[in-house]
Design a protein. Structure first.
Length: 409
């Protein structure tokens, strides 16, 4: 059972921080706090005062969705705060402003995102966002490029990476949940549709798939490519018609860029398959979701290439080595790098889809489909695509190949 949030303690905390108290305005007894979190890990409070509002995240010493029986270090708010600070330097418009972090009470206060809503909830209700793909692609290109060796001198990059090296407990959740326990008869595994029992059995005996996923796990464990968000699903994105913010950076770590890209594409594809199960009136949303999948990758690639042309200040690929005719060779190398990143992205995308169908953390996209047969059909289509992506990612040369495969799945 989850412990009840202590609102009095929370308001006392805010009252002790002059800058936060000023932002809320008025006196403490004019403030109101409401728990608004719907994630698996933390409690989230919206606090309103006469002059303004703030959002406070509280990390209890356990997993919110499981309660005290599953302990988890509350230090996670410190990593979230660090990632917010670093990512905001590179992708300011898309990362909320961190206002205060309390390492003793494990409370993180950030700006209140007026007018924005959690993307996943809106997607299940049929929403489309015309500016989403361009905005999130820009966020990804900037956060990943500017924290990589392409942009940073090696010493600075190592220093930065070392600040996230000990986010061990959060990384271990991913290592276990995404890459391992779904392939074992683990007590945390669950799937919503009993029709999937045989599919899960088959999956757990699928050596080719287990090898492919283990290869990806090895990348997650060893790569120090860039500072990742670490859990970039549609529940970590707040949106309005024209704005977007990326929240919930508690899983931040240095790792393979394809992990963030693949997670995001996975959740757009999950939303696509789920929308198909909700009936024919969702066809336009399905088209939009697949066009978003294509645009996220294509815009990311364009943005990232442009950043590499204009901000190659790091120790990777020193520009001094590639002057004159060698610039053509460097350009070919950039495109090879991005082709490989696309392949890696598809692998992680498949692994994320699979664990969201048969693992502990199943997304509302699927769980809110009430018709069990329709839900199972959508989940089976998602699983089929995911297996293909993870075991044979090089079969897809472009994002258009990916969306064609999704339609055919
Ligand atoms: C115990 S946390 C379960 C999952 O929820 C989060 O959003 C992460 O994706 C994690 O794997
Ligand atoms: Mg979260």
């Amino acid at each position: 059972s989850v412990v009840e949030p202590d609102i009095t303690k929370l308001l006392d905390h805010l009252a002790r921080q002059p800058a936060l108290a000023r932002r809320l305005g008025g006196a403490r007894d004019q403030w109101s706090a409401r728990e608004i979190g719907d994630g698996n890990v933390n409690l989230v409070f919206a606090v309103h005062g006469p002059a303004g509002a703030v959002c406070v995240k509280q990390a209890p010493p356990y997993v919110r969705a499981a309660g005290p029986s599953w302990p988890l270090t509350p230090e996670r708010v410190l990593f979230e705060h660090r990632a917010l600070v670093e990512h905001r330097r590179h992708a300011g418009p898309y990362v909320p402003e961190p206002l205060h972090v309390d390492p003793e009470e494990h409370l993180l206060t950030v700006e209140y995102l007026e007018g924005q809503r959690v993307m996943r909830g809106d997607l299940t209700a049929g929403a489309r966002y015309p500016r989403f793909a361009a905005q999130v692609a820009r966020y990804l290109a900037h956060t990943l490029f500017f924290t990589s060796d392409l942009a940073l001198p090696a010493g600075r990059k190592r220093e930065l990476a070392s600040l996230f090296e000990t986010n061990t407990a959060m990384c271990q959740i991913m290592e276990d949940m995404v890459f391992t326990e779904i392939f074992l008869p683990h007590p945390r595994n669950r799937w919503t549709s009993p029709e999937l029992d045989e599919d899960v059995q088959r999956l757990q005996q699928d050596t080719e798939l287990k090898l492919a996923v283990s290869r990806l796990k090895q990348r997650y464990l060893t790569s120090r490519d860039a500072l990742l968000h670490g859990d970039l699903h549609t529940g970590s994105i707040m949106v309005s018609e024209d704005s977007l913010s990326v929240i919930d950076q508690e899983f931040a770590c240095y790792g393979p860029m394809g992990f963030d890209l693949g997670t995001l594409l996975a959740h757009l594809l999950i939303a696509y398959f789920a929308a198909g199960a909700r009936g024919p009136d969702r066809a336009a949303q399905q088209d939009w979701l697949l066009s978003a999948v294509e645009q996220v990758w294509d815009d990311f690639r364009t943005n990232f290439t442009e950043l590499w042309h204009n901000h190659a200040d790091g120790d990777g690929y020193p520009p001094a080595l590639f002057t004159g005719v060698a610039t053509t060779a460097l350009e070919a190398e950039r495109q090879r790098y991005l082709d490989e990143l696309f392949t890696e992205t598809l692998g992680f995308c498949g692994a994320e889809i699979i664990r969201r169908v048969v693992g502990f953390a199943r997304p509302a996209d699927f769980t809110t489909i009430t018709d069990s047969a329709h839900r199972a059909a959508a989940e089976r289509r998602a699983l089929a695509l995911a297996r293909a992506l993870t075991t044979a990612p090089t079969a897809y040369r472009s994002a258009a190949d990916l969306t064609t495969a999704a339609r055919d799945s």
